[in-house]
Design a protein around this ligand. Structure first.
Ligand SMILES: [Ca+2]
Length: 232
């Protein structure tokens, strides 16, 4: 029975990813209007770089980062929420960004970021996440347009890549961005990051919890930062 449930859950997640892609495609016009400086493709150009800080220095990462659009989740501006995702009170306490709110993702919900520009110098992103309990888990997925202009998605990191304890905020692993998106030399791409609340796929009990009403396994996200410089 648990295996059958797992299969159902995996299918459900696939549907979520598909709906996330639809959410990306549908508001493309509005999104483009709101982010006029980040058109979908700009051959032989660079993205406009935002001011940077050593946001993760307190956890031993001295790279330069800039805040992703709406990445402090102090408002929902530009983000698309489905399945109950919302801005909730309570900031991450690692100290990456200050504020009083964060993104709250009940099981099965999806939050898709505004579009932003990526070029060869935007290779990484990192964020802070917190599971409500051992049933929680997330996947961070990046949507981008491939060379043919088709919206494509790739999972970049998940809770399985991080060491996190129930109820505790923890930084994600350093997640490759431009390094995993096929960019022609000198080209840029318009990308969106989606957080999907998957539940803890490694925990069989989470599967039962997931189908018991979806109110368990909530994941919180805050302080989404982009590293604008290629490493090493
Ligand atoms: Ca915040």
């Amino acid at each position: 029975m648990p295996l059958r449930k797992q299969g159902t859950l995996v299918k459900g997640i696939a549907v979520l990813f598909a709906s996330g892609a639809a959410a990306v495609a549908a508001p493309a016009g509005a999104s483009a209007a709101a982010t006029a400086t980040t058109p979908s493709t700009i051959p032989t150009a660079s993205c406009v770089q935002q001011p940077t800080t050593k946001a993760f220095a307190s956890v031993g990462d001295n790279a330069d980062y800039s805040l992703a659009p709406g990445g402090d989740f102090e408002s929902s501006a530009g983000w698309t929420f489905t399945g109950g995702a919302k801005i909730a009170s309570g900031n991450e306490n690692v100290g990456i960004t200050s504020g009083g709110k964060s993104l709250q993702l009940p099981f099965g919900s999806v939050a898709v970021s505004p579009s932003f520009c990526v070029d060869e110098s935007n290779p990484y992103f990192r964020f802070v996440a917190k599971p409500d309990n051992a049933l929680a888990g997330y996947a961070a997925v990046v949507f981008y347009k491939n060379a043919a202009g088709k919206v494509t998605q790739a999972q970049f990191t998940s809770s399985a890549d991080a060491s996190w304890g129930a109820g505790k905020w923890a930084v994600s692993k350093v997640s490759p961005l431009a390094t995993k998106i096929p960019l022609a030399t000198g080209a840029t791409a318009s990308v969106q990051i989606a957080f999907v609340s998957t539940g803890n796929l490694a925990s069989a009990i989470s599967l039962w919890g997931a189908f018991a009403g979806g109110s368990v396994g909530t994941t919180s996200i805050d302080s989404l930062e982009i590293d604008p410089y290629r490493r090493g």
